[in-house]
Design a protein around this ligand. Structure first.
Ligand SMILES: *Cc1c(COP(=O)(O)O)cnc(C)c1O
Ligand code: SF4
Length: 348
């Protein structure tokens, strides 16, 4: 398999879905983009309907079930967008969303209404200039976080241009990428590509999105080595997902896998309230129970911070008693970093 699977026909001919699922799959494909990279497709056992890689990328009929608490913009990106492509929610850092396509489409994606060929599109050259102008003008911005979509899907030329422009902004000290490419298409990360990601005088981080130890393939490991050799710092981010990694054993293996590769575990995300993703969600108390089984049993280096993004754009907070009040049986309340409390799930 050498091509990314992008259509229902591709999925059927690869054996990942059966012919009698065609009608449902076509229905899902009308709303949400599909892509499974060759490497990840090769890691799926097509005979196992609960394969942890397959569940992440092969569409499921449950995606057509939308529940009341789900939100098109679950983490409130739109509320904090001063210019197209920028999300400025916290004082010292911004998201720069230059692109809205991904190498693979995770079925649980929190930005699923914005990503994909039919999503928000990529920034034009002028829009990118305007976004950079916003960063240049706002001197309290210390860190630029390239996300999207997947920023590492951009051409080497465009990445190099962005890094060159950012490296000239004095108040920017750190440039961070959030990406699935090291897991989905590690072959893309060759030496020339790596050199496009460095910027003189800035520290560069890549937070690698990975949810299951089987995603840590040999080609992925080699790509990480090439990035590290260039001085790029690697972090992990993982989404806690029902039937995929809602298990202390699997999470331990994943975190130890990261640390063995020199990747520092950063965030374990509680799943967001994205449309058609209820089959991936577990409750906060279930999540906490699983997460607590890591502390002490595996190295302190292997402990991510378990976080939840408060719906509506109030930011991420740790899922701990300091921030979560679940003493009232009918509704959980979450405190944001500014001290305000919010109902979870939110109620109109
Ligand atoms: C998640 C996020 C960040 C990064 O938050 P950290 O806690 O620094 O990782 C920044 N801006 C926005 C809008 C975010 O959603
Ligand atoms: S790579 Fe990230 S943005 Fe893209 S589909 Fe997966 S979760 Fe969404």
């Amino acid at each position: 398999m050498t091509l990314t699977l992008k259509t229902v026909d591709h999925l059927i001919s690869s054996g990942l879905v059966s012919e009698d699922q065609r009608i449902d799959m076509e229905k899902i494909a009308k709303t949400y983009a599909i892509a499974v990279s060759p490497l990840l497709a090769s890691l799926i056992n097509p005979d196992d309907p609960k394969d942890p890689i397959g569940l992440q990328f092969v569409p499921a009929i449950s995606e057509l079930t939308h529940t009341n608490e789900e939100l098109a913009d679950p983490i409130g990106d739109h509320a904090h967008t001063p210019v197209k492509g920028i999300v400025h929610r916290y004082p010292d850092r911004v998201l720069l969303k230059a692109v809205h396509i991904c190498p693979v489409y995770c079925r649980f994606c929190f930005r699923r209404e914005m990503v994909g060929p039919a999503g928000d599109g990529s920034l034009t050259d002028t829009e990118l200039e305007n976004a950079i102008a916003y960063i240049t003008k706002n001197k309290q911005i210390w860190e630029v976080i390239l996300t999207g979509g997947d920023p590492l899907i951009l051409s080497e030329r465009r990445l190099r241009n962005i890094m060159t422009v950012l490296s000239k902004i004095e108040h920017i000290r750190v440039i961070r990428f959030h990406s699935r490419i090291p897991v989905a298409n590690p072959e893309r990360i060759d030496d020339a590509f790596v050199s496009a990601l460095t910027a003189s005088g800035k520290t560069v981080y890549i937070a690698i999105h990975s949810n299951h130890p089987r995603e840590l393939s040999q080609p992925m490991k080699e790509a990480c080595e090439r990035l590290q050799k260039a001085g790029i710092q690697l972090l992990s981010q993982t989404v806690l997902l029902k039937d995929i990694n809602d298990d202390a054993q699997v999470l331990s293996e994943l975190m130890q896998g990261f640390v063995s590769l020199g990747i520092r575990p950063y965030y374990l995300h509680h799943p967001d309230l994205a449309p058609g993703t209820s089959h991936f969600r577990i409750s906060i108390s279930e999540g906490r129970q699983i997460f607590e089984q890591l502390r002490g049993y595996i190295s302190g280096l292997c402990q991510p911070t378990y976080v939840i993004d408060i719906p509506g754009g109030f930011g991420k907070v740790p899922v701990t008693k300091d921030y979560i009040d679940d003493t009232a049986p009918e509704c959980i309340r979450i405190r944001d970093y500014q001290g305000n409390w919010h109902n979870y799930p939110p109620r109109p």
